[in-house]
Design a protein around this ligand. Structure first.
Ligand SMILES: NC(=O)c1ccc[n+]([C@@H]2O[C@H](COP(=O)([O-])OP(=O)(O)OC[C@H]3O[C@@H](n4cnc5c(N)ncnc54)[C@H](O)[C@@H]3O)[C@@H](O)[C@H]2O)c1
Length: 283
């Protein structure tokens, strides 16, 4: 299957804008949806800056940059999404919000359209239950930063059809990503493997076992990770990460997902990582 038109709900967010970028880079028209048009405009301006940096580094031509931006259309009404082939939702990690959005989308988009969620840890099956097309709902779990990370985790709801799965595999190829197939269990595969390490790093820092720099250095130089766990948490956003940790803890009952007090305090202080200029590190 070939995808010609894709919508990204929450397209100006951390993940949304990255997804918008790679879809547009693949030459696909992409509707950047935000409920407030000015939020979408700010997102597109950020994308412009990101691409301009690539132009200055000689990694992208000015023409190609313009082609990418031309593929991005801002919108704030669901009616504008009626004829898209695929919708990727990337709003806050909140089950009720996601279900409300899927219910509305289901009533508006054409019957063949695949509805995907970028949720990190919520049940895709529950999100799908809000629609009358649960066989066409799937998790397309991208990783941060989207333009850099090669993987998309395809999360099969209990109701997702093989046809939807195959079409999603095709979509990943079209945008130059690799995919893996995961069951709709809490945290799917990647977070189930990764979050205990991130949480362990917070616990080690909280217990004063080492500095943030040394904890990260241990993972980068001792385990060959491309980025340390505390720096990664700052990149993800400590608020988003806390939501995910809570879902993992509630969903599995396993102590290794239990969020540490320090993590909660940082969020309460508004120290959310890179996006606020302070988290485990200052930016
Ligand atoms: N941040 C990460 O590293 C990461 C990685 C993988 C998956 N995710 C998942 O991606 C999703 C988005 O996370 P994020 O970090 O990009 O969040 P974010 O807060 O950066 O962005 C969310 C965006 O959604 C928009 N939004 C909120 N309500 C909306 C609505 N009703 N309609 C349209 N837009 C709306 C916001 O304006 C914002 O632009 C979450 O489900 C998260 O779990 C995040």
């Amino acid at each position: 299957m070939n995808f010609n038109k894709v919508a990204v709900i929450g397209g100006a967010g951390t993940m949304g804008i990255g997804i918008v970028q790679i879809v547009a880079q693949a030459g696909i028209e992409v509707l950047l949806f935000e409920t407030k048009l000015e939020v979408g405009e700010k997102g597109k301006a950020r994308l412009d800056k990101t691409l301009q940096k690539l132009v200055e580094k000689g990694k992208l031509s000015a023409d190609k940059k313009q082609n990418i931006l031309d593929k991005v259309v801002l919108c704030d009404k669901y009616q504008e999404l009626a004829d898209v082939d695929l919708v990727i939702e990337a709003v806050y990690e909140n089950i009720q919000l996601k279900k409300d959005i899927f219910k509305q989308l289901d009533e508006i988009v054409k019957s063949e359209t695949i509805l995907a969620s970028n949720t990190s840890a919520l049940s895709v099956t529950e999100i799908a239950s809000a629609t009358k097309r649960p066989e066409k709902v799937i998790g397309l779990h991208f990783f941060n930063p989207v333009p850099v990370m090669k993987l998309v985790e395809l999360v099969m709801a209990l109701t997702t059809s093989e046809e939807t799965y195959q079409a999603s595999v095709d979509f990943c190829k079209q945008i130059g990503k690799e995919s893996i197939r995961a069951k709709d269990t809490t945290g799917f595969l990647v977070n189930y493997l990764q979050i205990p390490l991130l949480n362990g790093a917070v616990a080690a820092y909280e217990a004063g076992l080492a500095s943030a720099e040394d904890i990260d250095k241990a993972c980068v130089l001792g385990m060959n990770h491309p980025i340390g766990p505390l720096a990664l948490l700052d990149l993800i956003g400590l608020d988003t990460a806390l939501d995910v940790f809570n879902v993992m803890y509630e969903g599995t009952g396993e102590d290794r997902f239990w969020p540490r007090t320090l993590h909660k305090r940082l969020v309460q202080a508004g120290h959310l990582g890179r996006k606020t200029g302070q988290g485990f590190y200052k930016y």
